[in-house]
Structures are given as C-alpha cells and as structure tokens.
Ligand binder design. Structure first.
Ligand code: CNA
Length: 276
C-alpha cells in the first residue's frame, strides 16, 4: 500500500490548488467489479484467452481479425457485457469529484460504461475507446437496435448466433462501437486535448499506459498523480524542476478511500457507493 504521507500531500494539493481535475482511466478501475483487465499477469484477459484459439491475444480486439472471425469477440462480449457489473468505489470517487465541482473531464479507455452507471454526467465523459452502449454494421454503418443486441450477446453462450445487419442486401457483421486495434479514436477524444492541457491535475488510475494515443495525455506538462498497482509510463522520471507528480501504488479502491478520508469525504463516498 502506498505511503500515507504521499496521500496526505495529494489531498492537500487537491484542497488548495485544484478546480479542474482530469481523470485518465483504465481497466484497473473496474477489476474490483469483477471485470478482468488486459495485462495483469495471472488474472488479465490476455493471460486467459487460450480457450479462444487466437493467433495472438490482441486479435480478439483487432478489426481485421474480427472481420474474418467474430466468434472469439462474441464469446468474450457475452462474459463482459455491461449490466452484470456494479461500479467500484473508484467510480463513485469520480462522481464525488463532480459533486465537489472539481471534475473537468473523465477520459476513460474502459468500455464497460461503469462511469455512467456511477452517475458521472455523460458530458463529462470521453469514452476514448468507445463502449458497448451502441453498435452498428461494419459494412454499411447502419445502427443496430440496442435491445436486439442485448438479446444476441446475453444468449450467445447457448445460441451461438452472431448479429448481422438487417438492411436489404447488406448482411454485414454487427460490432459494438468499441474502438478495435486498427480503428480511429472518436473525435471527442481529440477535441478533449485542450481541456486536458489546461487541467490543474491529471489523475491517472488503473492503466498500464501502453495504448496510444490515449497514454500520451499523461505527458502534458501539468501536475499529475498515478494511482495504480505498478509504476507505469514515465511516472517517476520527471525532473525536480518540472511540474509536481504524486505516485500512489496499491489497489485503487483502497487509495481513493484513504484520499477521501484525508479530504473529509469518506462518509459521503461510502454513502454514494452504497446507493449506486
Ligand atoms: P491494462 O493494460 O490491462 O492495464 C491495467 C492496469 O491497471 C495495470 O497496470 C494493472 O497493474 C492496474 N490494475 C489492475 N487492477 C488494479 C487495481 N485494483 N487497482 C489499481 N491498479 C490496478 O489495461 P489498460 O486499460 O491500460 O489498457 C487499455 C485497454 C484495456 C483499453 O482499450 C480498454 O478498452 C481495455 N479493457 C477495458 C476493460 C473495461 O472496460 N473494464 C476491461 C479490459 C480491458
């Protein structure tokens, strides 16, 4: 667990200096909800994909592979589909930052929509890698009905049916609006950059900072903090005359709870989480 003095310093910094906090989130924020991340050595998705017979683990989210073989993706989608999972304490912490008028933007790589479910307003969320919330045909781009999609994914384990476009003469594969490897990020990601560059704190939580261009947001010369199990990106390498950085290593739910205790928000956090 992280050094308590560092948590106290971050709490003081937030209290004294912050009005515009930008969050950068990754899969580690949702592991406590029961959703595996990608790269954790034993529990991550990539370590457990052998059963899907993939040529390489990332293929499950590769657009070229999906077009040839959508079965591994739909097998996984059935397991990860939103609705089965509850927001974590860290998601409620983001909602709390919003209630305290400190949240400028929540940029997430996650596709599980748990930020929305925790009550973070949609105008404050940039889903940089898309989400399971909508879907469309990969060929003609026609949107596909949400309820039908839910039915296909929820029943995939029994029926093994993959949704296809119903438009006459099309029949293309249906894919959730998740950004696969080989696809561009949504315009909202690029337009958010000016907000990130003006943040008075970038809070990086639960990400290995390995996927670009998302990871590059952490490089803006503004104060930043890392809350993660391990040291990632170029954290720890800033020179002493550069902007301030805080490094808090451990389970993010434990660290945000302690941070909230220092800020006098712990009771509010727990109440919010219990009500979510
Ligand atoms: P990643 O590469 O798997 O990294 C996760 C990071 O979080 C690692 O550094 C872990 O050490 C750390 N971590 C794991 N659990 C915790 C915890 N409880 N507390 C603190 N740190 C923790 O995942 P990234 O998000 O960096 O990679 C980007 C991919 C992952 C995006 O494209 C996502 O779409 C994709 N993804 C999303 C989900 C989801 O939506 N929940 C799940 C799995 C993968």
């Amino acid at each position: 667990m992280s050094d308590n003095a560092e948590i106290k310093e971050l709490a003081n910094f937030i209290r004294d200096k912050c009005k515009n906090i930008v969050l950068m989130l990754g899969a580690g924020v949702s592991t406590a909800a029961g959703i595996p991340d990608f790269r954790s050595p034993k529990t991550g998705l990539y370590a457990n994909l052998a059963r899907l017979n993939l040529p390489y683990p990332e293929a499950v989210f590769d657009i070229q592979f999906f077009l040839k073989n959508p079965v591994p993706f739909y097998t996984l989608a059935h397991e990860l589909y939103p609705g089965k999972f509850r927001p974590t304490l860290t998601h409620s912490f983001i909602r709390l930052l919003h209630s305290h008028n400190l949240l400028s933007l929540c940029c997430t790589q996650n596709i599980d929509t748990l930020e929305r479910r925790a009550g973070v307003p949609s105008e404050k969320i940039v889903e940089a890698h898309g989400s399971f919330a909508t879907q469309r045909c990969v060929r003609c781009r026609t949107p596909f009905d949400d309820a039908k999609m839910k039915d296909f994914v929820m029943n995939y384990a029994q029926k093994k049916l993959i949704p296809r476009c119903g438009k006459k003469g099309c029949g293309g594969l249906i894919k959730p609006d998740i950004v696969f490897f080989g696809e561009s990020l949504p315009p909202s990601f690029f337009s958010s950059q000016s907000v990130v560059s003006k943040a008075d704190l970038i809070l990086v939580i639960g990400t290995s900072l390995t996927v670009q261009p998302f990871a590059s947001l952490s490089l803006y010369p503004v104060p930043r903090a890392l809350i993660n199990l391990d040291l990632v990106g170029d954290f720890g390498m800033r020179e002493s005359d550069e902007e301030r950085e805080f490094i808090l290593l451990g389970q993010c739910d434990d660290i945000v709870r302690e941070l909230c205790r220092e800020l006098g928000w712990e009771e509010e956090l727990m109440k919010l989480w219990e009500e979510t």
